[in-house]
Write a protein that binds this ligand. Structure first.
Ligand code: ATP
Ligand code: MG
Length: 418
């Protein structure tokens, strides 16, 4: 026997029950975004590699270690999209959307690809629901997006949510702050863990994540970027907080919140669910006022979020809904003539809007009735050379009936007219 083929590591099949759950989440997202004026976009599953190295940032984990990059037969370097913001901004520039009235509001539900250590809630192909608003730096846009994500998570039953919020200011402030933090860390070098000490020059911000006691004591007194924001950025953050307070959205200001993409400016946020294990991030986003220009477009502010479909479903502990029964099962006894009559009835029933199925697997009549039961059929028609019978399974009655009258009779019984 040949080896069994399996789905690649970190990927999964979506079987019918799970796809019902996903469809309800998609429907909830569509309804929410529709009402808020967001139009759906779909970009290609792969893009020029350069889009991500420029748009996500050369130094990020995504670009450094997580991309599926390949060369096609024409010698181009392509990458399976690891995230949605850079592609949406690329499409915005490519289609001249900066000429549309601002803000241009877009949403997507697509799959993304990252080469990561596969575990619960972390896959190599996963789905995200995301939204982007381009062309306005009004903090009300940031607030609108945060409220939209909060509402989506709430409606999908995501449990034990916490929202972390911060501002990263602008790149110049960040560069100045980084130097200040490095100098502070060097001054306290002797108290820091070996690991933090070795990364002062590479990634000083990681020091905030350390669980080494003495390092934590040092970090408690470390300068915070939030206290160094320039007046415009500080005002933007203050306005956002007022809007969220008025909207009744609970959040925690988290001065140490760092996000995985290089292009964030000002607002950053992340929803976490305590119902998830180590992979607690459900969705997050932020403002990226420099990105569109970085990708060759005109200077354009933007803000957006992305939330993981699998993590939403996990954090909601969503149970597949019970499959609904069918209206009519068409059984038959006898040769091909009965089978052909059953098939004609099947098409007529579906045309009339009934959920209908017929016998397709060569079962005995007894087996067919058992199968009708499994399908939770409300009505069963039995076609035989000597006439047609219609059983009403709920009422437990059965009548001899003209074959041509079956569909109308079922429609009448379930209260629908043709
Ligand atoms: P994490 O900290 O878990 O690596 P991230 O910061 O890389 O998350 P983002 O790039 O912000 O995640 O993506 C937004 C959301 O997409 C995450 O909050 C998460 O719900 C989901 N997500 C990210 N990576 C994966 C993955 N490999 N598998 C499943 N979902 C993911
Ligand atoms: Mg990640």
């Amino acid at each position: 026997m040949t080896d069994k083929l399996r789905a690649p590591r970190g990927t999964f099949d979506v079987l019918p029950e799970q796809s019902e759950l996903r469809a309800s989440l998609e429907a909830a997202a569509r309804e929410l975004f529709d009402a808020a004026g967001y139009g759906r976009v779909e970009t290609p599953a792969f893009e020029a590699t350069e889009l991500f190295s420029r748009g996500v940032g050369e130094a990020t984990d995504i670009v450094q270690k997580e991309m599926y990059t390949f060369e096609d037969a024409g010698g181009r370097s392509l990458t399976l999209r690891p995230e949605g913001t850079a592609p949406v901004c690329r499409a915005y520039v490519e289609h001249g959307m900066h000429r549309l009235p601002a803000p241009v509001k877009l949403w997507y539900l697509s799959s993304f690809f990252r080469y990561e250590r596969a575990q619960a809630g972390r896959y190599r192909q996963f789905w995200q629901i995301g939204a982007e608003a381009l062309g306005s730096d009004d903090p009300a846009v940031d607030a609108e997006l945060i409220v939209l994500l909060a509402t989506l998570l709430e409606r999908s039953g995501t449990r034990e949510l916490r929202l972390h919020l911060s501002s990263l200011g602008n790149p110049a402030t960040r560069a100045g702050y980084r130097e200040e933090l490095q100098a502070y860390l060097h001054r306290h070098e002797q108290a820091l863990s070996e690991e933090v000490r070795s990364r002062i020059d590479l990634n000083p911000l990681r020091a905030f994540d350390s669980d080494h006691g003495p390092t934590r004591e040092v970090m408690a007194g470390a300068p915070r970027l939030l206290d160094r924001l320039d007046p415009d950025d500080a005002a933007h953050f203050a306005e956002l907080r007022v809007l969220l307070d008025r909207a009744g959205v609970d959040y925690e200001v988290d001065a140490t919140l760092v996000r995985g993409l290089d292009y964030y400016t000002r607002t950053v946020f992340e929803f976490e669910s305590a119902a998830l294990g180590a992979q607690s991030g459900v969705g997050g986003g932020g403002r990226y006022d420099g990105l569109v220009e970085e990708l060759g477009g005109p200077p354009t502010p933007g803000v957006g979020f992305a939330a993981g479909v699998e993590r939403i479903l996990l954090a909601a502990d969503a149970q597949p809904p019970a499959a609904p029964g069918i209206d009519l099962f068409i059984a038959f006894d006898g040769g091909p003539a009965s089978r052909d009559a059953a098939f004609a009835m099947l098409l007529q029933a579906r045309q009339a809007g009934l959920r209908a199925e017929m016998e397709l697997a060569g079962r005995s009549l007894k087996g067919q009735l058992k199968h009708a039961d499994r399908l939770d059929a409300q009505h069963v028609a039995i076609l035989a050379p000597d006439g047609t019978t219609l059983k009403d399974m709920r009422a437990a009655t059965q009548t001899e009936i003209d074959t041509a009258a079956v569909v109308d009779s079922v429609l009448a019984a379930i209260g629908r007219q043709q």
